[in-house]
Design a protein. Structure first.
Length: 268
């Protein structure tokens, strides 16, 4: 088999889940590095300003869902926020009552996560929470994720769902500064599944779409890319390769030579 015959490696959401569901187009958190925002702008579905004012997908909200093969990720192209929590709960209940295993991914708001835990507690065994925390520095989080919760609130959400007996995990993708060890130290006691580490993907290209003409963000992108150059990624891998809690996104696997699964949703 030559290289062109080999199946493409699973990447992005495909590393974690076989399929995904969303209830709106756009996201209130308005993260600058967002792939989905870039794609929406690129194909004329949004502008850099309109993305932060989402449009509900009523067809997805009102749909009757069946059980699917493999883990289902919810959401994947937006977040769970106080604005859309009602729609999210409607869809989550449908997915879970149909017997699906659901990976709930969020930069979490405590009020939203508490409602999910309270109202969907009967489906606890089918839920894995994965909270995105790319830095322990609120100034860094605010730069890249302007309207997402602060570090303390995200850790509080993680601690709460762990105390309630839900399965928990963390995504540090993208790693937003050099101090990712601070995040790992803070979250590891509250994680039952895994802590994922990954670099920002196609950052300059994304910022050209999401932050057009912003010279400061281009400078910040250059700094972040140089922070996690290949030698830094290899050093990070050496530091944590024997920690069973740490898993590696495709952006790291490619650099350090790990096997890149072709099958979606293996979460390895």
């Amino acid at each position: 088999m030559n290289n062109t015959d080999q199946p493409a490696a699973a990447h992005g959401t495909g590393e974690w889940a076989a399929s995904n569901i969303n209830v709106q187009a756009g996201c209130e958190h308005d993260c600058r590095y967002c792939y989905n925002k870039r794609m929406a702008i690129q194909f004329g579905r949004a502008t850099p300003k309109s993305w932060a004012s989402p449009v509900p997908n009523n067809a997805a909200i009102n749909k009757d869902y069946q059980r699917r093969d493999g883990t289902l990720m919810f959401p994947s192209s937006h977040d769970i926020t106080p604005v859309n929590i009602e729609a999210c709960l409607i869809v989550l209940r449908k997915l879970l009552s149909a017997g699906n295993k659901v990976l709930i991914v969020s930069k979490p708001h405590l009020e939203c996560i508490q409602r999910i835990c309270d109202e969907l507690v009967e489906y606890k065994a089918q839920i894995l929470f994965r909270f995105t925390i790319g830095s322990a520095d609120d100034s860094v989080l605010k730069l890249w994720e302007p309207d997402a919760p602060a570090f303390a609130e995200r850790v509080a959400c993680l601690r709460r769902v762990h105390e309630l007996g839900f399965e928990t995990s963390v995504s540090c993708e993208p790693m937003l500064d050099a101090n990712i060890d601070d995040v790992i130290t803070a979250v590891e006691p509250h994680v039952t599944d895994a802590i994922w580490l990954g670099r920002a993907n196609r950052l300059r290209h994304t910022l050209a779409m999401t932050c057009p003409g912003d010279a400061e963000m281009r400078r910040r992108a250059d700094k972040l890319i140089s922070t996690w150059d290949n030698p830094a990624v290899k050093a990070l891998y050496e530091r944590y390769k024997h920690n069973p809690m740490i898993r590696w996104k495709d952006s790291v696997k490619k650099v350090v030579g790990l096997v890149r699964p072709a099958e979606k949703g293996l979460d390895i």
